[in-house]
Design a protein around this ligand. Structure first.
Ligand code: TYD
Length: 202
């Protein structure tokens, strides 16, 4: 497959969406054929995902909704990649493995939810050429989140601590995942992400 598939991930409050937009603009200014996309998507399935976040549903229901959204989104991403585009995706499969594993363990899921979700994911998702994991202390993330208007159920420190552990566990398993410290100011983080990006873009 041609093109390059770059994903950005990390806990809530890590600044991922701002960094994704910043690198998208930089690549566009360089005249690159680049697409910025995100999960949950803006499709009806993505809307169902967002609804499930704001309501109270079993973690398993949420996990399948996130994965259904991704199944359709992955077809779209494949088409962009076939068209030689650089695709920047704000959250992808690593989010489901990290967040829903944390939710499922809180609900006392029998299997190891991390391994279980990773197993399902590996069956159908696209493998990114590079994943930037914006790593941030959950306490600092919560300080940033508290400045926002709306806070979701995932945005509490204990939960984000578990999610972060899962992201770091994934980073140990997968060479494609590069950890970037998200604690400096946004411009410095974006600069570091651009440096890492250059290692996969020609
Ligand atoms: P997002 O819109 O990326 O929120 P933010 O921009 O604030 O990071 O994602 C919404 C929430 O959904 C966020 O708390 C992360 C969570 N999420 C999952 O739990 N699993 C997933 O697979 C994805 C894509 C997101």
């Amino acid at each position: 497959m041609a093109g390059k598939f770059i994903t950005l991930d990390g806990i809530d409050g890590c600044g991922k969406s701002s960094v994704a937009e910043s690198i998208f603009r930089t690549l566009e200014e360089q005249g690159r054929d680049v697409v910025l996309t995100r999960e949950p998507t803006d499709s009806w399935i993505g809307e169902a995902v967002k609804r499930s976040i704001s309501e109270d549903h079993p973690a398993l229901t949420e996990a399948f909704l996130f994965m259904a959204d991704r199944a359709t989104h992955s077809v779209e991403i494949s088409e962009w990649l076939k068209g030689d585009k650089i695709v920047i995706c704000d959250r992808y499969a690593d989010s489901t493995i990290s967040y829903q594993a944390a939710s499922l363990s809180l609900e006392g899921f029998d299997e190891d939810p991390f391994e279980w979700l990773k197993g399902i994911s590996d069956l159908y998702v696209l493998s990114p050429d590079l994943t930037i994991l914006l790593d941030l202390d959950p306490g600092v993330a919560m300080e940033r989140i508290q400045l926002r208007e709306k806070i979701t159920k995932f945005e509490n420190q204990d939960f984000l601590t578990k999610v972060r552990e899962n992201f770091l566990r994934l980073a140990e398993m997968e060479d494609r995942i590069k950890i970037v410290d998200a604690s400096p100011p946004l411009s410095a983080v974006a600069e570091e992400v651009e440096r890492v990006l250059r290692t996969v873009l020609d």
